[in-house]
Design a binder for this molecule. Structure first.
Ligand code: NAD
Length: 460
C-alpha cells in the first residue's frame, strides 16, 4: 500500500499486534508453511521480478538471478534448519546449583520493521524477511522509493501471498519511513547508508527498540604480489562492476603493491574488455545508475586523479563506464566518501604496513579483500585490521554463504543476518531456570549463622 497516513500505519500495526497475540506465528508448522509460501512467491514470479529490476536498474537477467532471485537459497536453508533452531537448548548448570536445570528458549520479538535500500531492492527485503518469518514475527516492510518498479511489485506480491495482519508493505520515501519510525516496533532491521542509519537508530531509541543496521562504507581491496594475476583481475572486475558498482560490499578502492601495479592495471583493462566489450554502453551485461542524483554525484568523482580506463558517461541513460582512476589523493572526495558506483581508484603501497595503517585510519569497513597466497600476510591482515567480514582471494562471494553471518562493525553496521544469524536477529533468547520440589537445601536461607564458611568454600 502507498500511505504516509499515520492512522493507516497505526491500524496495520494494531492488526499485526492482535494477530501476533493469537500465538499463531509461534507455531513451527505455521512458520514453515509461510517460508514455503515465500519461496512460492519468488519462484512463481521470476519474470516479473526480472522485469522490475530491469526497469529500475537495467539489471542483467543473469545478475538478477544470481543476486536477487538467489534469495531462494536463504529460504531453503531456513526451511531445512528451522526445527532445530526453534528447539530450546540445554544450558550447563554447575554442581553447586543441583538440582536445577536450565534451558534457553528462542521466542519471536513481535511486530518488526524492515527498511530496504534500492541497490538489491528485492533480495534485501526478502532475505531479512526470511529471518523475521522463521523467528515467528509479524512484519512491516518499507522498500526503497528509488526502485519504484520493484517496490510496487513487492507490494503487489506480498499482499497476494500474505494477509496484511501478518506481513504488510508500506511504500513511500523519507516521509513514509519517518512515519513508520515514529511508531513502536519490537525490532527494526535497516539496510542503507551510514548517515540514515544514525537517524533510524535515534528514532528507535525513543521506543527502546533494538536495531540491526546493515550499512555501507569504503571496503578496501589489497593486492599483493603473490597472486594469480588473471584470476585476481577477473574477480575484482566482477565484484566491482556487478550492478554497476552499486553493491555495499563492492571493492571501493584498490591498495596495490607497487611492484605489481602496472601488470594489474593491464590485466584489469583486458578483463573489462573481455566482460563488457569495447563499448560497455552497448553490453547487455552492464547495469545503469539508479537515479540522476547518484549519476551526478558519481560523475564528480571523475574529476579526481587521472582516468586510466573508462570515464565515458551518458546522462540520459545514466550510464557510467567501468572506470579505473590513478593518481588519486586520499583527500580527494572519491577517497573521502563511499563510491557506490563503477569507479575504482588504484592506490599503490610500498610496504604492507602502509596499507594497514591507511585502512586503520578509516572507519571500519563492511568488507575487506586481500589477494595473496602468502599465508603469513593473510594472518597479519586478519589480526591487524577490523571489518564486518573478510574474503581472501575473491570479492563479494562471502555474502552467498548462509552459514556465515553477514554484517558490519563500527560505522559499517550493527548486528548481522543470513542463515542462523537471521533467526537469532529476530528472536529473543529467553533464559529459563527450573527448580523442583523434591529437595530444598537450607544453605542460602537466613539465619546465616554457621553457613558463611561453607559458602566461602564453594565460592572460593
Ligand atoms: P539510504 O540510507 O538512502 O536509504 C535506505 C532506506 O532508508 C530507504 O528505504 C529510504 O526510503 C530510507 N530513508 C532515506 N532517508 C531517510 C530518512 N531521512 N529517514 C528515514 N528513512 C530514510 O540508502 P540507499 O541509498 O537506498 O542505499 C545505499 C546505501 O546502503 C549504501 O551506503 C550501501 O553501502 C548501503 N547498503 C548496505 C548493505 C548492507 O547489507 N550492509 C546493502 C545494500 C546497501
Amino acid at each position: 500500500m502507498i500511505t504516509t497516513e499515520t492512522s493507516q500505519i497505526n491500524e496495520i500495526i494494531h492488526q499485526q499486534r492482535s494477530f501476533f497475540q493469537t500465538g499463531k506465528t509461534k507455531e513451527v508448522a505455521f512458520r514453515l508453511a509461510q517460508l514455503q509460501k515465500l519461496k512460492q512467491l519468488v519462484t512463481d514470479n521470476k519474470p516479473e521480478i526480472i522485469d522490475a529490476l530491469k526497469a529500475d536498474l537495467n539489471k542483467p537477467e543473469f545478475e538478477s538471478y544470481a543476486t536477487e532471485i538467489g534469495a531462494i537459497k536463504e529460504i531453503d536453508y531456513a526451511i531445512k534448519n528451522l526445527q532445530n533452531w526453534c528447539k530450546p537448548k540445554k544450558a550447563d548448570v554447575s554442581w553447586e546449583f543441583f538440582p536445577y536445570s536450565a534451558r534457553i528458549y528462542p521466542e519471536p520479538l513481535g511486530v518488526v520493521l524492515i527498511i530496504g535500500p534500492w541497490n538489491y531492492p528485492f533480495q534485501l527485503i526478502i532475505s531479512p524477511l526470511v529471518g523475521a518469518i522463521a523467528a515467528g514475527n509479524c512484519t512491516i516492510i518499507k522498500p526503497s522509493e528509488l526502485a519504484p518498479h520493484t517496490s510496487s511489485l513487492l507490494t503487489q506480491l506480498i499482499s497476494k501471498y500474505f494477509p496484511s495482519e501478518y506481513i504488510a508493505v508500506v511504500e513511500g520515501g523519507v516521509e513514509a519511513s519517518q512515519q513508520l519510525l515514529s511508531q513502536k516496533f519490537d525490532h527494526i532491521f535497516f539496510t542503507g547508508g551510514t548517515a540514515i542509519g544514525k537517524i533510524v537508530m535515534a528514532a528507535a531509541a525513543k521506543h527502546l527498540t533494538p536495531v540491526t543496521l546493515e550499512l555501507g562504507g569504503k571496503s578496501p581491496c589489497i593486492v599483493d604480489t603473490e597472486i594469480n594475476l588473471e584470476h585476481t583481475a577477473k574477480r575484482i572486475v566482477w565484484g566491482k562492476f556487478l550492478n554497476a558498482g552499486q553493491t555495499c560490499i563492492a571493492p571501493d578502492y584498490l591498495l596495490v603493491n607497487q611492484n605489481i601495479k602496472q601488470d594489474l592495471i593491464t590485466a584489469l583493462q583486458k578483463t573489462i574488455k573481455e566482460f563488457y566489450g569495447d563499448h560497455p554502453a552497448t553490453s547487455p551485461d552492464y547495469a545503469r545508475i539508479i537515479s540522476q542524483k547518484h549519476f551526478e554525484r558519481l560523475t564528480k568523482y571523475l574529476d579526481n586523479g587521472q582516468i586510466i580506463v573508462g570515464g565515458e558517461t551518458n546522462s540520459e541513460s545514466k550510464y557510467i563506464a567501468p572506470t579505473l582512476l590513478d593518481q588519486v589523493s586520499l583527500s580527494d572526495p572519491v577517497m573521502q566518501e563511499e563510491i557506490f558506483g563503477p569507479i575504482l581508484p588504484v592506490i599503490e603501497y610500498k610496504d604492507i604496513t602502509e596499507a594497514i595503517a591507511l585502512i586503520n585510519s578509516q572507519p571500519k569497513p563492511l568488507a575487506l579483500y586481500l589477494f595473496s597466497q602468502n599465508q603469513h600476510l593473510q594472518q597479519r591482515i586478519l589480526q591487524q585490521t577490523s571489518s564486518g567480514g573478510v574474503c581472501l582471494n575473491d570479492t563479494v562471494m562471502q555474502v552467498g554463504i548462509s552459514s556465515l553471518p553477514f554484517g558490519g562493525v563500527g560505522d559499517s553496521g550493527i548486528g548481522s543476518y543470513h542463515g542462523k544469524a537471521s533467526f537469532d536477529t529476530f528472536s529473543h533468547y529467553k533464559s529459563v531456570l527450573k527448580n523442583s520440589f523434591w529437595l530444598d537445601l537450607n544453605w542460602r536461607y537466613a539465619p546465616y549463622q554457621g553457613k558463611l564458611s561453607a559458602l566461602k568454600r564453594i565460592i572460593g
